[in-house]
Design a binder for this molecule. Sequence first.
Ligand code: SF4
Ligand code: SF4
Length: 391
Amino acid sequence: MAETSLFQPDLDFIRRLKDTGGDSLKRCYQCATCSVMCKLSPVEKPFPRKEMLWANWGLKDKLVGDPDVWLCHQCNDCSLNCPRGAKPGDVLAAVRSYVYENYTFPSFMGRALANPKAQFWLWLAPVLILFIILMAIHNWNFDFLNDAEVEYKHFFPHIYLETLFIGGNLLIFIFAAIGLVRFWKSLNHPAVQGGSPKFLPSLISTIIEVLSHKRFADCVQNKPRYIAHLLVFYGFIGAMITAGLAALLTTVLSGVLHFESSGLPYLLKYPIDLPHPVKILGVLSGLAIFIGGLLLIISRLKGREEVGADSYVDWLFLNVLFLTALTGLLTYVTRLIGIPILAYATYFVHLVLVFFLLWYAPYSKFAHMFYRTLAIIWAKGVKRGEPRGER
Ligand code: SF4
Ligand code: SF4
């Protein structure tokens, strides 16, 4: 007698996918054109046809532990070739949002970042925190606003800045790690194919692949996204290196070790200003994020089919990223113009945006970077199969 399986569809999960960009999923009639079109899909157990079937049946447990959902890079080659307009690229994106929203710690933050109604409170928190710190630093005395020269370190001293953003982010990345461990365990669930991955060799190979953006380059229809993503990615890495070096020079060397700038080699001198290499790196990184973010926004505003569904989480992340880069560049410009009130107001807005971007990173679309990297490590480790595009 044939073996029978009992499936318990999760109707709330189906509704959730439909509400977050996967509204076309019921159109799928399982022709498998999408799996044939996807260059990132391996020959063995290809995606996204099987994911469309699981999504239609509301098989949440299978989808949240499915690494293939993360091997998809949302190029939408599948969606543009689906004879039924079922848009598997959008459905997989909706599953990814669901995953990092639900694995995050604390989980209410994951839900808040996915809920437009919570946005007011999410913005209010950094505004209040930064405002209170400013008031405590200056004791309601803002005489420095009358100075002819704009000095951001007088407005918000480096030591407070580093504590808030470097110290605070160490905490937030511990929270992020909890979500990632939960995700990793789900990948090793018996319901998912494969064995135990060899972590280190897979990690090295994945890092090389991420740095080259090789999988994005395999996209056919949405090729412009490759350039934009590359700019944002390297811009962000450059900005992080800039922040680290600036903290080292201005806080550690000057504030903690009390080294005199005049006695240091040129590369270690502070304050950091053009043409100091750290400043140049910061400006170039800001420009890369600004241009990459602008390209991504323009392609979405044009409503091109290749881009896929306009979900709230996508727009929120994109806007915050773009505005962070824009205000970062404006802080430099307004300082050169020399209008203190304008410069400090721009700097305050920039800090609010940086807070939003970094403190909420484990709960926003930002997190996809970490989840996708882990899924690729896992796939390489268990020899899940090469993407078809590599053959
Ligand atoms: S999503 Fe479209 S292309 Fe893929 S199996 Fe369903 S109907 Fe076919
Ligand atoms: S969006 Fe692109 S990468 Fe993702 S399943 Fe479709 S074709 Fe493959």
